[in-house]
Design a protein around this ligand. Structure first.
Ligand code: FAD
Ligand code: SIN
Length: 531
């Protein structure tokens, strides 16, 4: 069960597929994805992709908005290069067949979202991600240099550790030789040796009980790289989207795009009064961290499980033209958004932290790149500006490809890698242990490591999580491998990183708010010291 490939890409969202399409011009690519190819966060993106296109917008304005959202932790160099490449990358998407909405005059119709000082978000109605994902899949499926393995789960990246060498986070030349991939049809682990590996496994939302993320967002890439002794940072910065549809029967939660607020929808309390002005002069379109915290506070004060979003002032034709998915979804549960208010609640949405990369997408492990939500490039700092993540994935997959294709021909395969070791494992018939532990994990993170944190809550979360960690590691060691236990293990690793990074940050900044440290630390240090 051994395979060799020039480029191994783990994940089939915008980061994985855009890299694969470019790398395929130079060598053989294998894309592994743990569910169906289109089951990605990318597919669910609604609002759109931010890019500078027309006057009066400028790169400087977009850079400034991104820096402000990042609350002084974004890396200016990375912000500048990302924004300055935005126009070119979006044009490339259009060349791949992606359609963005246009105005009657033929210009791209641009939307505005929280924290943006200009209209600059390209979109395809309220289903931008679906349009992008479909066109990328089509292009990948027609490319004879790309092999796609659906329902294949990457379980570990391969490093010197698998040659019996002791490695640490300080090991010089820590190198990635490929990955062990679980094939569910054969119920076997395949050894895939690659010259270059691209980690593009997306986000971590499912570690929380209430999330907008699809079930595949279990933080696998971040956990795998962390276990392999690669460097990860900024995991305390979990972005909660202020407005997911309050519908306790449904999981994951359905997103109500910020673009609806950009078009005029406003947040209201139970009594029908607007409340955002109390918290920020920008009202319902203030940056997400502020809006999410304000809603959290309103809910705590009123004792209700949601607040309201009122879109009734938006013209009906605008709702039907621009927000057909949201209109239909809400109608399916008896809410007509042209006249009824929408019950909304914050939900875990985006991980600003992740695998550390440089400006070329290189991780701290040689020959391993990361792009998309699993990466921490330095763009988002302590808080992501809306619609900057699809852009970030395109920019860094592009840059990773430029860097990798210059090197891959000189990288040898490492044929000494052993097959996956299955000795001493037995069939785990206690699936309930895994599902119950997953629920416990989600409850720990939601209750103690949510929008507002404190030392006591984090300490409690850490102690509870340690018990889960010990039980799960024991079960993992003796069980025949199955995807559920691998994902649980990854989620626990991610939970540990979020809690630990949150405990280390003795201040409130961006998405991390602590009752014990409500202020910014005033010492100005470089990003490397702060994250
Ligand atoms: P994903 O698109 O999530 O793809 C990850 C891939 O990795 C999947 O194919 C998954 O199956 C695979 N995978 C994971 N683990 C493994 C494993 N162990 N083995 C094999 N495969 C694995 N951002 C914007 O910029 N604009 C928006 O309008 C916007 N709207 C959003 C709306 C919603 C509801 C959500 C959830 C997110 C939104 N975001 C938006 C964020 C954005 O969609 C994501 O950050 C982005 O799509 C991530 O792309 P990605 O390629 O990194 O990951
Ligand atoms: C949204 O449409 O509100 C989500 C945009 C994003 O997460 O960037």
């Amino acid at each position: 069960m051994r395979k060799t490939v020039d480029f191994l890409v783990i994940g089939s969202g915008i980061a994985g597929l855009s890299f694969a399409l470019k790398a395929a011009n130079f060598g053989k690519v294998c894309v592994v994805t743990k569910s169906q190819i289109d089951e990605t966060a990318t597919k669910y993106a609604q609002g759109g992709i931010a890019a500078v296109l027309y006057h009066p917008d400028t790169y400087e304005k977009h850079i400034r908005d991104t820096m402000i959202a990042g609350d002084e932790l974004s890396d200016r160099k990375i912000v500048e290069l990302t924004i300055k490449e935005s126009t070119e990358r979006v044009m490339e998407l259009i060349e791949w067949g992606v359609n963005f909405d246009k105005t009657k005059t033929g210009k791209f119709a641009l939307a505005k979202e929280g924290g943006h000082s200009e209209y600059r978000v390209l979109h395809h109605k309220d289903m931008t991600g679906k349009e992008i994902e479909e066109k990328l899949i089509l292009a990948a499926q027609h490319n004879e240099n790309i092999e796609i393995l659906e329902n294949h789960l990457a379980i570990e990246i391969i490093t010197q550790h698998h040659l019996g060498i002791n490695v640490s986070r300080r090991t010089p030349d820590l190198t990635c030789y490929g990955a062990y991939i679980y094939d569910p049809h054969k119920k076997k682990v395949r050894t895939v040796l690659s010259k270059i590996t691209m980690m593009a496994t997306g986000g971590i939302g499912t570690v929380y009980g209430n999330t907008t993320n699809p079930l595949v967002s279990t933080g696998d890439g971040i956990a795998m790289v962390y276990r392999a002794k690669g460097q990860v940072r900024g995991m305390e910065f979990v972005q909660f989207h202020p407005t997911s549809l309050y519908n306790p029967k449904e999981s994951p939660s359905f997103l109500i795009t910020e673009a609806l607020r950009g078009a005029g929808a406003v947040l209201k309390a139970e009594n029908g009064n607007e409340f955002m002005q109390k918290y920020d002069a920008r009202g319902s379109l203030a940056p997400r961290d502020i809006v999410a915290r304000a809603i959290d506070n309103e809910m705590k004060m009123s004792g209700r499980e949601h607040v309201w979003l009122d879109a009734a002032k938006i013209k009906k034709h605008e709702i039907f033209d621009h927000f057909p998915t949201i209109y239909a979804k809400c109608l399916s549960i008896g809410i007509d958004i042209t006249k009824d208010m929408i019950p909304v609640v914050p939900a875990a949405h985006y991980s600003c932290g992740g695998i550390i990369t440089n400006e070329w997408g290189e991780t701290t492990i040689r020959n391993l790149y990361a792009s998309g939500e699993c990466a921490s490039t330095g763009l988002h700092g302590a808080n992501r500006l809306a619609s900057n993540s699809l852009l970030e994935a395109l920019v860094f997959s592009h840059r990773a490809c430029i860097n990798a294709v210059n090197r891959f021909e000189y990288i040898p395969f490492c044929h000494d890698i052993p097959e996956w070791d299955t000795s001493g494992t037995v069939l785990n018939e206690e699936m309930v242990l895994i599902t119950q532990s997953k629920k416990e994990l989600q409850s720990i993170l939601s209750n103690y490591v949510g929008i507002v944190r404190s030392n006591l809550r984090l300490q409690r979360a850490s102690e509870r999580l340690f018990l889960l960690y010990k039980e799960t590691e024991e079960l993992y060691k003796k069980s025949i491998l199955n995807p559920e236990i691998c994902e649980l293990r990854n989620m626990i690793n991610v939970g540990y990183l979020i809690i630990n990074n949150a405990m280390d940050r003795k201040e409130s900044r961006g998405l991390h708010y602590s009752l014990d440290y409500p202020e910014h630390r005033d010492v100005q240090q470089g990003m490397e010291d702060r994250l």
